[in-house]
Design a protein. Sequence first.
Length: 319
Amino acid sequence: MCLELAQNGPVARQPLDWLEALFADIGFRALPGVLWSVNSRELPITVSVKAGEDAVGHLVLDGPDLIDSVRAFAAELQEVLRPVLHVGVPPCPSHLLVLESRRTLDLIEWQCPEGDFGCALGEYQEALWPPGPEERDAAPMLANRLSRRGLRWSTLEVTRRDDAWATKITLQPGTDERAVRGAAAPLLAEVHHTMPAHTVREDHAGGPGSAPYRSLSLRGTPQLGALLSGTLRRAAEEDGCDFLVEGTPGHYIRVRLGAEHTVCAVGECVILDASGEPFANDGDKVECGGGGAPSSRVEGDPTHFHAWELRVLQTTGLE
């Protein structure tokens, strides 16, 4: 959750905090999903909005009073999304009427025009809890509920059985099981625990049509399945990553490696393994398992490939 809790309610500190809270509420019931990015962290901010892969438009957040500006921006966003989504968002859970944004002191609140449902901006999913018997988004509701409380989980399943909701959750090490059960209530929770995350170095013989390789892998955490291939290159300090992968000549992808390692500052070796032994050199042919994830909503900020595994194909480099 992007709002900090104060004694008299959630208070947004920065413009992007308000925007994160707004789009979390707007996008929860939106089909297709609403995507957004900004050109700046400071006012005036131009917000680019898409519904799925279709561009919706560019809206500007600006004005002398930030809270009034956000409230006006919310209303404008609802208007531009309605003809694209063919429904008003976020909807009142009772009447399905689109909620209206209103200012109360230093808060922005959603209110149903009928007057019997309301919540602070950024608290829409919390106000819908617990899920009703016909809820189609019970699993993401619970996942977001746990994440907002800083409770780390690896797998999560929500099912409807015997006229009640139940969940099966696998927790990451160190997560407070009692807090998870409290957040999931009244859902009946079956809780499991994963092994602590750890790093493994292995040598692989390869096979027909594939070269032998050595791998440095992070185990015990959720893993994305994309594959990045190319030539490993040393990163400069301003790249803000562990190393670069050159896919085509002159085209570099920034990579952050999750497996325990050390980056060598000088020399041919770029990556040491967890024990301090050389693992990967500048110029090695490599593959990285992982995935790309936006590190920022701000256009132009660097993006990174988050790798849980680094493979060095043993055609060149260390033997």
